[in-house]
Design a protein around this ligand. Structure first.
Ligand SMILES: O=P(O)(O)OC[C@H]1O[C@](O)(CO)[C@@H](O)[C@@H]1O
Length: 528
């Protein structure tokens, strides 16, 4: 296409949301009108599915659940007055709690103010709060947030050692929708121990954000924790940023949660429009479908050209991949769906993997996130008439152009600045795009059977460890790895047995491996 035709295509396909000042440009995706027409029936169905979902249909049939994250930013849409009231009241409770913490009306036993937060959670109970903190927390927040999002002992130690002199003024948020996920449970137990080590009564510092009557809720209730906020079963983990999961940490950090909800609501209104060209989420879904042939054949590379949006790509990775990455479609047919998402930030990645994007295997499409405002206030010139922001903008435009010239497609999303409204809008835009795309490819976007399978597999290994230790205790003599596996009744699992023993050995857990480490089959193991 010549420059004039491209300029025309740009204008033909440009979507602009006036209230949010948000642009979406899919002109550099090479679909044609016939393709768009061919998808129209699928879109008609996707819009109808979405309307049903918003009305409270069981949109997650496997878990027999409604999917209601849209009601969080427009409670009047909730299917019953009780739900509407609950959403409104929870928001008020969150704001009142944050206000009391900020003024010191709620304070720790040995200090007049809380100064820090440890947020313990994983997946959707961490990624949204992390993204929003990075994007929106003020430079000097009323409370500084720290995250524990793994069962990594060294990672937990790092957070605790940074806070060792401030634990007495650190609030702990334990966030888990199910209240039974092992990683946050482990994090909570370790953090609790650290508080006990400083003679601090954990319950006076701890806040639970979890489903009513979950294990976590029961613990928090019986130990009389400082506060409990409930998480609804009709909000999925990866779409929970605008529920108490995201709003409690955001409000505590002084982020304008109402503005975030407003931005999301405005975007929801725009993405509810049952007209492809006037609906930015539908345009995104169209572009994804085109690029990957409706089968995820191309990866989505997300490049936000703004440091504060660094974690957007990681946030989207869960939202897109956990929602769309499914073996079976809604009719039970094996489809292996999904779209792989990765990314970091532009223009930094120019000096990392963009080399491959520009010249290497063309198995992706890029999404460039542009922020029109360079910084708050004036910029100095780094060259005559040129600012750092001009460079960043130039790198973005240059990358988009170079990719296109080498037959690599891209989408550009532009927002006026990074603020609570635009961040809320971005989250809502992608939530809806994922929902629509899921309808186009006929998968359930709201369950995660693969993750459950992974959790079960980990439990099997922990059970194996128990049996292996029992054998060693009973035998009280050196054994080969094969003998341990045989005696534990798991001859088929000899390799897993070896790895468990190696891990215990490496951590001085009373297991000693003797022999040539390069030849695992020759090792003997004993308790030492
Ligand atoms: O909030 P929970 O129940 O601890 O779950 C954490 C995460 O685990 C998953 O269920 C599976 O990874 C995610 O969907 C969820 O965000």
């Amino acid at each position: 296409m010549d420059a004039k035709a491209l300029w025309q295509r740009y204008q033909d396909w440009l979507y602009f949301h006036e209230g949010l000042g948000l642009y979406l440009d899919i002109s550099r995706m090479r679909f044609d009108d016939a393709f768009v027409e061919s998808l129209q029936p699928k879109f008609d169905k996707a819009f109808a599915d979405m309307a049903e979902l918003e009305k409270g249909a069981i949109a997650n049939p496997d878990e027999n659940r409604m999917v209601g994250h849209y009601w969080l930013r427009n409670p009047d849409l909730a299917p019953t007055p009780e739900l509407t009231q609950e959403i409104v009241q929870t928001l008020e409770q969150i704001e009142a709690f944050a206000e009391k913490v900020h003024t010191g009306a709620i304070h720790p036993p040995k200090s007049s103010r809380f100064t820090d937060i440890i947020s313990i959670g994983i997946g959707g109970s961490a990624l949204g709060p992390q993204f929003v903190a990075e994007a929106l927390a003020p430079d000097f927040p009323p409370l500084k947030i720290h995250f524990i999002d793994n069962s990594d002992p060294a990672g937990i130690d790092r957070v605790l050692s940074q806070l060792q002199n401030h634990l007495s003024s650190t609030l702990v948020l334990v966030i888990s929708k199910s209240g039974g996920t092992p990683e946050p449970r482990n994090g909570m137990i370790e953090v609790k121990k650290a508080y006990a080590g400083q003679n601090l009564e954990f319950a006076k510092y701890a806040v639970a954000i979890t489903g009513a009557d979950s294990n976590l809720d029961k613990v928090a209730k019986s130990e009389n924790w400082l506060a409990r906020f409930s998480m609804y079963d009709w909000v999925g983990g990866r779409t929970s940023e605008m529920s108490s999961v995201g709003l409690v940490p955001a409000a505590l950090q002084g982020i304008d949660v109402r503005a975030m909800l407003d931005g999301a609501k405005e975007m929801d209104d725009a993405t509810r429009v049952a007209n492809l060209k006037n609906n930015p989420a539908a345009l995104l879904a169209l572009a994804w479908y085109f690029s990957g042939n409706g089968k995820g054949e191309k990866d989505m590379v997300v490049l936000p050209y703004k440091d504060s949006l660094l974690l957007f790509s990681r946030y989207l990775q869960q939202l897109v991949m956990e929602s769309l990455g499914k073996e079976k479609d809604l009719d039970g047919k094996t489809v292996y769906q999904g779209i792989a998402v990765y990314g970091n930030k532009g223009s930094t990645d120019q000096h990392a993997y963009v080399q491959q994007l520009r010249e290497g295997v063309p198995n992706f499409f890029a999404t460039l996130i542009e922020v029109l405002e360079d910084r708050q206030g004036k910029s100095i010139e780094v060259d005559p008439g040129v600012t750092s922001g001009d460079y960043l903008s130039g790198f973005l435009l240059g990358t988009r152009q170079a990719l296109y010239e080498n037959n690599r497609d891209s989408i550009t999303v532009s927002i006026p600045q990074v603020n609570a409204r635009t961040v809320g809008a971005l989250i809502a835009l992608y939530e809806r795009a994922v929902g629509l795309y899921a309808s186009l490819v006929n998968v359930n976007a709201y369950h995660q059977p693969g993750v459950e399978a992974g959790k079960k597999a980990a439990a099997v290994i922990l059970d194996l460890q128990k049996r292996v230790l029992e054998v060693l205790q009973k035998e009280q003599k050196a054994l080969s790895i094969t003998e341990v596996a045989d005696k534990a009744g798991v001859a088929d699992e000899v390799e897993a047995v070896y790895k468990i023993l190696r891990h215990l050995h490496a951590n001085n857990r009373g297991v000693v491996l003797t022999g040539d480490l390069a030849k695992p089959g020759s090792l003997t193991v004993s308790l030492g």
